[in-house]
Design a protein around this ligand. Structure first.
Ligand code: FES
Ligand code: FES
Length: 865
């Protein structure tokens, strides 16, 4: 036993327990501000203060010493809680929130010793805390602000804000996330709750001959052990294509290393692995298909019954071949982009239970109605019998669109009749959920003597891995955006998505556009060189202007501000010989003729307006957007508005959080509902007079299919535009990133800036360090090995938002920025290195940079004499 003080209370802890301090704090003491982000000592979400020093708590209890004093967020004084809450909210430093309690404790450990820290001292203090959302910029601002409030003993005064557009409204969820009492699914514990886990395949491609669960069933902690034979509904699920087995049945062949063979529910989470080990699997290991090239060979084994081609997509307008043949300058290059791991801070977790013979599912995913649809399919029951309620979501970036744990939790609860929590370890998360697609891109771009683009051709091969996930739409967006935000008309883009035995490719911030933008924008630099223009000039010459047609034929609307973005960056670009520049655009909404709806109910309850919509907040802040819009339209104050959590029993279906669509689609639905509420209020009644009344708003986009024969089809309802400049120092390190964004009307400036800063840092990781190495289709990395940017790695980031005067219609003129934030960074970085050393890099992460792994020295052999 060891004696410790935790938050001013004495405890004697049995340090022989095979658990970590983090587990002890969370599970035994209920201190849920301590978050489990990796359990590998690599992320910092479990940070506590031990004897005045910020330390990770996910190491074993046995490593603790006697008489230490431990502090978690719960142990802070009220003054400290108020200051940190205010500082993080005021700076706009909170997004998904999962990293924030750890950040606060690293901050406290610093400020307890130094109330006037420099930027470098703050970055050093936060170096062990990863944030995947914010890019650290606003967290560093929050630390400065907190230091000032403590240093000058300033009072926290009540914030008065009218909530109108672009007012300084704090995020509605800032306090609960900063102080760690907001609940993510893993923070829940229910009476009689079991713990579930899946047995994964022993090899990416293996023929499963027999699964024997008998011994596992005998384990005293095992409550149920399931195989595919126990699935009451359809074993197959899938977001758009139902090709994904919930459990691989005997006689079938696995498709990737994350395939599940059996499920176990245990009374004790610590015995899960022991029970899984008792399951005996007889199998024949088969050679995996590790690349599209292998999978497209005529004699390649078929991964799915229909073969190894998921889909072909194309965008063809005009006559690209003739345009290129007649062009003054032509550039052709081949580009390779890798799989990328989302590395959201909160690993996947779901809890399912049975209530009145129906299922109640708690999730932290990107669309509760997707979960409802898919779980009901697997259970073979009507959708109305599955209620899904979302808890806070600790980041997603597209990686929580597919089911990962929800269906397994539901199956185990269905059979055991007890609540079951299924939570992935960080290593399982890295292995299982779909990644950003690896792509091979052959791109030809052509211009006339003056540098005006005249045509382009591209061939894209996308590795969609073992399952379709969103491989079709991702490939389609790659095709629709491959010609960039430029005004020319002769394009021919062909894409093929190929099944392999690699982990699935799926949605990831950028949705196929990150990959093609790297190829196109790099080609633009070579064209500029041939013409004798600067990279800035060739982009300015070709950038689409309001009223001109994009390569897909859509007329750029009056809000289009790409030229203004470029002009805002001209001076910065010209200030250094080591500068790179790139532009991009990104759609808001699904578009291309696919039905897409935003829906919201505003109900007046006990004198407050409840905003009810299923839109998932994965960190971007859709709840705060909702409050702004209601305040703007009705004149009500933020204190009169409550935003409810997504719940299929309460909130109408507003679609998935994907395609940068929630601000536009849900925002417009809320605006329409708010207009009805405003009309009711105009009859000189108070809110309380409207108690129990509901106001409904719905918005459906009207778009044309891809390759429509209309001369100017509407592919998407809105596009945001962006330009970024990357400056390198003389040592080849990124010194500064400047970004100018046209995201339409600003709803909440700090949130928008936070999205851009976070996107840039994610983009720098994509450009320079992040990799997802696979050996024979098996991922060979842990969380640390992903090489995410830390606070100490970030350059100076300058963000500018360009707003054009125009008549706002949909969502008060907002266009969404979530994905656009990250797209131009990799090509701008490529351009900067090309300017630095003249080496034209065509592969991500970029090779031979100051960030590349140093070549390993050959071991020198000692010779004994
Ligand atoms: S949970 Fe301890 S460092 Fe990630
Ligand atoms: S706010 Fe830091 S990881 Fe999401």
């Amino acid at each position: 036993m060891i004696d410790v003080i935790i938050n001013n209370t004495a405890y004697s802890i049995d340090d022989s327990l095979p658990i970590s301090l983090m587990d002890y704090l969370r599970d035994e003491l209920g201190l849920k501000s301590v978050k489990d982000g990796c359990n590998q000592g690599a992320c910092g979400t479990c940070t506590v203060i031990i004897d005045g020093v910020a330390q990770r708590s996910c190491s074993q209890l046995s490593s603790l010493e006697d008489d230490i004093e431990i502090v978690t967020i719960e142990g802070l004084s009220e003054r400290e809680k108020d200051v940190y809450d205010f500082a993080f909210a005021e700076a706009g430093a909170v997004q998904c929130g999962f990293c924030i309690p750890g950040m606060v404790l690293s901050t406290k450990a610093l400020l307890d010793k130094n109330l006037q820290p420099s930027d470098d001292e703050i970055k050093h203090a936060l170096r062990r805390n990863i944030c995947r959302c914010t890019g650290y910029v606003k967290i560093i601002e929050a630390v400065h602000l907190a230091a000032r409030y403590f240093r000058e003993d300033l009072a926290i005064t009540e914030q008065h804000c009218d909530g109108k557009l672009d007012s300084n409204l704090h995020r509605v969820d800032a306090r609960e996330k900063t102080l760690g009492y907001g609940e993510y699914v893993d923070d829940m514990s229910l009476p009689n709750m079991l713990h579930g886990k899946a047995l994964r395949t022993p090899a990416p491609r293996a023929r499963i001959i027999k699964i024997d669960i008998e011994k596992a069933q005998q384990h005293p902690d095992a409550v149920c052990v399931l195989t595919a034979a126990d699935i009451p509904g359809d074993n197959k699920h899938g977001h758009l294509v139902q090709d994904w087995d919930s459990l691989i049945a005997e006689g079938n062949t696995t498709r990737y290393v994350g395939d599940a063979l059996a499920l176990v529910a245990s009374k004790n989470p610590l015995s899960l692995n022991a029970i899984l080990q008792l399951i005996e699997v007889e199998y024949e290991e088969l050679e995996p298909l590790t690349s599209p090239a292998e999978a497209m060979l005529p004699d390649a084994p078929k991964i799915h019954p229909g073969g190894n081609i998921l889909c072909n997509e194309k965008l063809v307008r005009g006559d690209a071949e003739t345009a290129i043949n007649n062009a003054a300058h032509v550039v052709t290059q081949h580009y390779s982009t890798p799989f990328t791991e989302h590395a959201f801070m909160e690993p996947e977790c779901a809890i399912a239970l049975i209530e009145n013979q129906d299922v109640l599912l708690y999730t932290g995913a990107q669309g509760i109605y997707d979960d409802q649809h898919e779980v009901s399919r697997v259970l073979g029951i009507g959708e109305e019998r599955v209620r899904v309620h979302s808890k806070l979501v600790g980041g997603g970036f597209g990686g929580k669109e597919d089911m990962s744990v929800q269906h397994h939790a539901a199956l185990l609860a269905w059979h055991s009749k007890q609540p079951v929590k299924v939570k992935l370890t960080r290593q399982e998360s890295i292995m299982i959920h779909p990644k950003r697609h690896a792509m091979e891109i052959e791109m030809t771009t052509a211009c006339d003597e003056s540098g005006k683009l005249v045509g382009m051709q591209a061939k894209i091969i996308s590795d969609t891995g073992a399952y379709a996930s969103l491989g079709g739409p991702v490939l389609q967006r790659a095709c629709t955006h491959a010609a960039g935000p430029y005004s020319f008309k002769d394009v021919a883009v062909y894409g093929t998505a190929v099944y392999t035995n690699n982990p699935p490719g799926g949605a990831f911030r950028g949705f196929g556009v990150s990959q093609v933008a790297f190829a196109l924008e790099s080609n633009m630099n070579l064209l500029a060189e041939k013409v004798g223009l600067s990279p800035w000039q060739i982009r300015h010459l070709n950038a689409v202007r309001p009223g001109q047609a994009l390569p897909n034929g859509q007329i750029a609307d009056q809000s289009t501000g790409l030229v203004e973005c470029l002009e805002a960056l001209k001076e910065i670009y010209q200030s250094s010989p080591r500068a790179g520049i790139a532009v991009s655009f990104k759609n808001s909404g699904l578009g291309v003729g696919i039905p897409d709806h935003g829906r919201a109910i505003l109900s007046v309850e006990a004198g407050k307006v409840h905003v009810r919509t299923s839109a998932a907040c994965i960190g971007q802040g859709v709840a705060t957007v909702a409050v702004h819009i209601v305040c703007e339209v009705t004149g009500l104050s933020p204190e009169e508005i409550v935003v409810e959590a997504p719940d299929t029993a309460r909130t109408p279906n507003s679609g998935t959080t994907t395609a940068s669509r929630q601000t536009v689609f849900t925002g417009e639905a809320i605006r329409r509902a708010a207009q009805s509420l405003q009309q009711a209020l105009a009859a000189e009644v108070t809110l309380s007079d409207l108690n129990s009344q509901e106001f409904y708003g719905e918005y459906a986009s009207d778009t044309d299919p891809i390759n429509s024969d209309k001369p100017n089809p509407v592919s998407h309802v809105a596009y945001g535009y962006a330009a970024q400049v990357v400056l390198l120092d003389e040592q080849g390190k990124v010194e500064k990133v400047a970004a100018a964004y046209d995201l339409g009307k600003v709803i909440n400036r700090k949130s928008a800036e936070g999205q851009i800063e976070g996107g840039i840092v994610m983009g720098l990781g994509y450009a320079l360090t992040e990799d997802y190495p696979l050996v024979k289709a098996v991922p060979k990395t842990n969380y640390k090995g992903l090489k995410l940017f830390k606070a100490t790695d970030i350059p100076h980031i300058e963000t500018m938002i360009v707003e054009r005067e125009f008549d706002p219609e949909v969502a008060l003129g907002a266009k969404g920025v979530g994905e656009l934030a990250t797209i131009p960074t990799a090509p701008a970085t490529q351009g900067a290195y090309y300017a630095l050393d003249g080496k034209f890099r065509t592969k991500l992460p970029l090779e031979a940079t100051a960030y590349s792994p140093k070549p390993k020295k050959k071991p020198t052999r000692r010779v004994r004499r």
